[in-house]
Design a binder for this molecule. Structure first.
Ligand SMILES: Cc1ncc(COP(=O)(O)O)c(C=O)c1O
Length: 423
């Protein structure tokens, strides 16, 4: 029997796997897997959200006028060029829908945000991957991937999951190197956190060119991920295109009300930046002290690498989950031995570092004990069985000795929380 078939490319999409959450047996729940803010939204946003509860039978304003006006005023932008979406995900997908078709190519970087290939494939296009240089987007590598079929370049700046950025001068060099008919999408989901010299989220480039769009979100620093609010700053012709194809009421009344209040509460945003500025460097240095390599991040998360350690990222993740701590595996980003951690509250940060330390030490003790047992077993094999005592080795059967090599513990004898679970 014939069944409906999805369009070409759709079944090539690896479904997006969101950051995990849950609780440990003791009820602990620390979710640092989705780059959400530990401060929550502005109280003004929560109040505004509730204020529309009595009017739910009404459609929302399809133009999200008050929200676009607030964004324009706060960010110093032209309101007519702002298009809002149900999260920036919706806008990224709409841009792909409008500008990528069957046979076209969209470029993203090696560890670029996973929504880009989904958006490209959904519209029959082919994702083309440009290598990064030490986990940083590489303009030359992107330009080298341009072909006659390229229609869009997606660049997260800073990127998720690496947390790295390229300066405005490099973004402009990219724009200059791209053909004029190629749309450059600058995804600034984490822009508010960044104050690194040379960084710019791209609004000026949008104003200066006809072929660059900047996308932004209320899901991160504004703490409104659950409401789904994003916005795009566009050249007028592209804003017109997005307004033609988006749902006529793509933002709910609650999203419009809460988003408007949130963006007008810049004091709350300043607090969130200050919190991040305090804890991002602390986490970086504490994790480095544990022997983890940490990619320098300018966002509200960081990437820690387990290479060279006794434990893999997957093992550490499992051990953390049993303690109720949820970080983000990034194997789907082609980073199989790394974990991404969102900056949390002070307590969450301290507890997570302590747990990682415990897990790494526990695993290292296990490895030493295993080596010890192997050494003793070899030493035992070198002796004449059942003849002498006190010559080579200990003269005792393997795995019964103590105190010879390293810490002298055999596997499975370390206690309590210091042990990583066995896979
Ligand atoms: C780089 C990047 N772009 C866009 C998004 C999507 O955000 P939104 O919640 O606005 O859809 C995310 C969310 O994780 C992200 O990391």
């Amino acid at each position: 029997m014939a069944t409906p078939r999805p369009n070409p490319g759709i079944l090539d999409i690896a479904p997006y796997v969101p950051g995990e959450s849950g609780k440990s047996a003791s009820g602990r729940e620390i979710k640092l897997s989705s780059n959400e803010t530990p401060l929550g939204p502005s109280s003004a946003a929560i109040e505004a959200y509730s204020s529309v509860a009595g009017k739910l039978e009404r459609y929302p304003d399809g133009q999200a006028t008050v929200l676009r006006k607030a964004i324009a005023e706060v960010y110093g932008l032209d309101m007519s060029r702002i298009v809002c979406g149900a999260g920036s995900d919706e806008l990224l997908n709409l841009l792909a829908q409008a500008y990528i078709g069957a046979g076209d190519e969209g470029i993203l970087t090696e560890h670029g945000f996973l929504v880009y290939p989904i958006a490209i494939l959904t519209n029959g296009g082919t994702p083309v991957i440009a290598t990064e240089r030490e986990l940083v987007s590489d303009v030359d590598a992107i330009l080298a991937k341009v072909s006659a079929k390229t229609r869009v370049v997606f660049l997260a700046n800073p990127n998720n999951p690496t947390g790295t950025f390229i300066p405005d001068s490099e973004v402009r060099r990219l724009r200059t190197g791209l053909r004029e008919d190629i749309l450059l999408v600058l995804d600034g989901a984490y822009a508010e956190y960044v104050h690194a010299p040379g960084y710019d989220a791209g609004a000026a480039l949008v104003t200066d060119t006809d072929n660059t769009v900047m996308t932004r979100t209320f899901s991160k620093i504004y703490g409104l991920a659950g409401l789904r609010i994003g916005w795009a700053y566009c050249p007028p012709a592209i804003a017109d295109v997005l307004n033609r194809i988006r749902g006529p009421f793509n933002l709910s009344s609650q999203a419009i009300a809460a988003g408007t209040a949130a963006v007008r509460d810049q004091e709350h945003l300043i607090k969130a930046v200050a919190h991040n500025d305090r804890w991002l460097p602390w986490l970086t240095s504490e994790l480095q002290k544990l022997g983890l390599k940490v990619t320098p991040s300018v966002a509200n998360f960081l990437l820690m690498h387990f290479d060279g350690l006794a434990i893999t990222a997957a093992e550490a993740d499992e051990a953390l989950k049993t303690r109720g701590i949820f970080l983000r595996r990034v194997a789907s980003y082609n980073l199989p031995n790394a974990l991404r951690m969102t900056v949390g509250t002070e307590e969450e940060n301290r507890e997570t570092v302590a747990a990682i330390k415990e897990i790494i030490i526990g695993k290292s003790l296990d490895v030493i004990a295993e080596l010890n047992a192997a050494f003793e077993s070899l030493a035992g094999a070198g002796t004449q069985p059942n003849t002498t005592s006190g010559s080579v080795g200990t003269g005792k059967p393997p795995n019964t000795t103590s105190g010879s090599v390293g810490i002298g513990k055999s596997p499975n004898t370390t206690s309590g929380n210091d042990k990583a679970p066995k896979e």
